[in-house]
Write a protein that binds this ligand. Structure first.
Ligand SMILES: Nc1ncnc2c1ncn2[C@@H]1O[C@H](COP(=O)(O)OP(=O)(O)OP(=O)(O)O)[C@@H](O)[C@H]1O
Ligand code: SF4
Ligand SMILES: [Mg+2]
Length: 463
């Protein structure tokens, strides 16, 4: 078979697979979801404002699919992940899992759900308790849920270790004896212990070397095929998101601004922010080779989520912004089949607000074309990542112990000054309290911008 025919066949298979997943039942539905972190000041701890980390988002996740979530730092991706796994209590809105309203379920009500919904965290160094053996870490969900797997916990944990490409002999070892990629595999094994239906992975590979990233991404892919998992994968690396996702949600300042299937989004992004995100990280694609004038670099940081811009939140950085963008918030509407966009003047579509043509000069200045030099460098990096990710490597990280210096360093990094995260975080009283009482961080006197949740959201150590 010629290479072209093979490619066409691959594309056809991929399209069929995407269609299959897209037509799955709705597993998770989120509507009007909000999380505002109060900012308190003074002796009396009066509330003086709020960080609107997630500010009214709607989406659904279908059984068997992977929803990728992208956006710049601070736009609320992790907060969204913690809301849908109910590690955070929502301020408003509704979360339904398998048709059941789980928005405000307490610890007891969440217990059965903890089996079905699991989270994988970004940092494989701090998310495993250094004082526990791998056996006890991966076996914790069984103990916490009072589940006795067939053949016993030890046997099941050893099976899980081999499923994620580790050796069953690692059972009695400690996290510091493993590399970053291996630790992430341990985190994945722990998340899979109770055969969850939905796995939310927050930047699962961004703390890893590029070559290891590809292995872990492929492992997640294989596990999805074998176990029929549904994923929500949060990542800032567009090459990773493109590789793993069936559909992609683009977030900006606490809002979903575009939600579409992967191919439509990459082929014809409709929200100017999506377009800017994609053009700043050019993925080698012959069809886009001549689109130099369309490559945009956004200037400035994401504005503060404490007082987001009026109207369309992106108007201070959008080169297409007009008066209506400053005054009226665009709703997220389906402009093409399967492609939802919140914009008055979308790309690749007719203008939604053509009567209003006075461009905001501040917004025009905010974007500038990227220099050829910067583009070439960026293309090189993303080509390297894309090549690595495409590589059909199997999980084969050698299980050799790390060098002593690395071990010491890793152990130090793993020492939880703040409590580390567990697969069953709110099973412990502290975490349960943190979930029930609107988070400890809420009472801190903070400037809040760029602030990270205390102990990554008040989640507690391996029980
Ligand atoms: N516990 C908290 N208390 C106060 N503010 C918080 C808390 N957690 C997050 N925030 C703020 O909410 C906003 C969104 O944070 P979040 O961590 O969800 O962003 P993100 O998109 O995951 O960013 P990154 O890509 O850097 O991980 C940020 O401004 C952050 O400082
Ligand atoms: S054109 Fe207007 S509505 Fe659309 S993204 Fe730009 S500022 Fe927002
Ligand atoms: Mg985050």
């Amino acid at each position: 078979m010629s290479e072209n025919a093979e490619n066409a066949q691959d594309a056809q298979h991929a399209a069929v697979a995407t269609e299959d997943r897209a037509s799955g039942e709705i597993l998770l539905r989120v509507s009007g979801l909000q999380k505002h972190f109060p900012i308190k000041k003074g002796l009396l701890q009066r509330q003086v404002g709020a960080v609107r980390a997630v500010d009214g988002i709607d989406f659904e996740v279908r059984s068997g699919e992977t929803l990728g979530v992208v956006g710049e730092s601070g736009c609320g991706k992790s907060t969204m992940g913690r809301l849908i796994t109910r590690l955070l209590e929502p301020t408003a809105g509704r979360i339904e899992f398998e048709g059941k309203d789980i928005t405000h379920l307490g610890v007891g009500g969440m217990r059965p759900l903890r089996r079905d919904v699991q989270m994988i965290f970004q940092d494989p160094y701090s998310s495993l308790n250094p004082r526990h053996t791998i056996g006890s870490i991966v076996g914790a969900p069984f103990r916490l849920q009072g589940v006795e797997p067939e053949g016993g916990v030890k046997k099941e944990v050893q099976r899980l270790l081999s499923v994620v490409g580790l050796s069953p002999e690692h059972y009695n070892r400690y996290p510091h004896e493993f590399s970053g990629g291996q630790r992430q595999r341990i985190g994945i094994a722990r998340a899979l212990a109770l055969k969850p239906k939905l796995v939310v992975a927050d930047e699962p590979v961004s703390a890893l070397d590029v070559s290891i990233q590809a292995q872990v991404v492929n492992l997640l892919d294989d596990l999805q095929q074998e176990l029929g998992l549904t994923y929500v994968i949060i990542a800032h690396d567009l090459s990773v998101v493109r590789h793993v996702s069936d559909r992609i949600a683009v977030m900006y300042l606490g809002k979903v601004v575009e939600l579409a299937d992967r191919d439509s989004l990459y082929r014809a992004p409709m929200h100017p922010y999506t377009k800017a995100l994609m053009s700043a990280v050019p993925i080698p694609d012959p069809r886009r080779k001549n689109a130099k004038s369309e490559r945009i670099l956004l200037q400035g940081d994401v504005p503060s989520p404490i007082s987001p811009p009026s109207g369309c939140r992106f108007h201070t950085r959008c080169w297409k912004a007009t008066e209506v963008c400053r005054t009226t918030e665009p709703a997220l509407v389906e402009l093409k089949p399967g492609q939802r966009v919140a914009c008055h003047h979308p790309e690749n579509f007719e203008d939604q607000a053509p009567q209003d043509t006075v461009l905001l000069s501040a917004a025009k200045e905010a974007a500038e074309l990227v220099s050829e030099e910067a583009l070439a460098k960026s293309a090189e990096t993303s080509a390297a990542v894309a090549a690595e990710v495409a590589e059909p490597t199997k999980p084969t990280e050698p299980a050799k112990p790390t060098a002593p210096a690395e071990v010491a360093e890793a152990a130090e990094a793993a020492e939880p000054a703040e409590p580390a995260e567990s697969a069953e975080p709110d099973e412990t009283p502290e975490a349960a309290a943190s979930v029930a009482s609107d988070e400890p961080a809420a009472s801190q006197d903070t400037g809040a911008e760029g602030r990270k949740p205390a102990g990554e959201g008040g989640v507690t150590p391996e029980a």
